[in-house]
Design a protein around this ligand. Structure first.
Ligand SMILES: [Zn+2]
Ligand SMILES: [Zn+2]
Length: 158
């Protein structure tokens, strides 16, 4: 059985999903845009998987009478979409989001027009920007690593 782990940016909330994802999708609806602070929301349905919270607990916001949105109360990372027919987890919160290629787009009536053209934008690598060099050199990440950790945060963060 395939095991997928993930969690929020600060590491206070971690989870594990085992089995085969029902599907991965992106949702363009206005509620998902708002909940993710994004142009659309990438979600992995875990309704047919074994799912457990392995560290901490999400907070939830009830975004409608039928749906709750889970997030980390410490760092704000969006984590779940919880509906009567099951739960979906924010794809980017998994340790390896590339494991979940989306197969459908929901809520396309609310799709922002330029979303269909993002791949046409010019691209730049971080290391090719000379102004980013000293920033990158001084930068120390406090983001939880993309693996489970026995203790978090490490003591030298404090
Ligand atoms: Zn967090
Ligand atoms: Zn949506």
């Amino acid at each position: 059985m395939t095991v997928y782990t993930g969690g929020c940016q600060c590491g206070a909330v971690r989870f594990r999903a085992s089995g085969t994802p029902h599907h991965a999708s992106i949702c363009h609806c206005r509620m998902c845009q708002k909940a993710f602070g994004a142009y659309y929301a990438p979600l992995v349905s875990v309704r047919k998987m074994e799912f457990e919270w392995t560290r901490g607990q999400r907070k939830t916001f009830r975004s409608s009478n039928l749906v709750s949105r889970g997030f980390c109360g410490d760092c704000g990372t969006p984590l779940t979409y919880e509906a009567p027919d099951g739960m979906a987890v924010a794809a980017g919160a998994f340790d390896d989001p590339s494991a979940f290629a989306p197969s459908i787009q929901w809520g396309v009536e609310a799709k922002i027009d330029f979303v269909d053209h993002l791949h046409e934008l010019p691209g730049a690598r971080t290391e090719d920007d000379p102004e980013a060099e000293s920033f990158q050199r001084e930068l120390v990440s406090y983001q939880h690593p993309d693996d489970d950790t026995p203790v978090w945060p490490p003591e030298d963060h404090a």
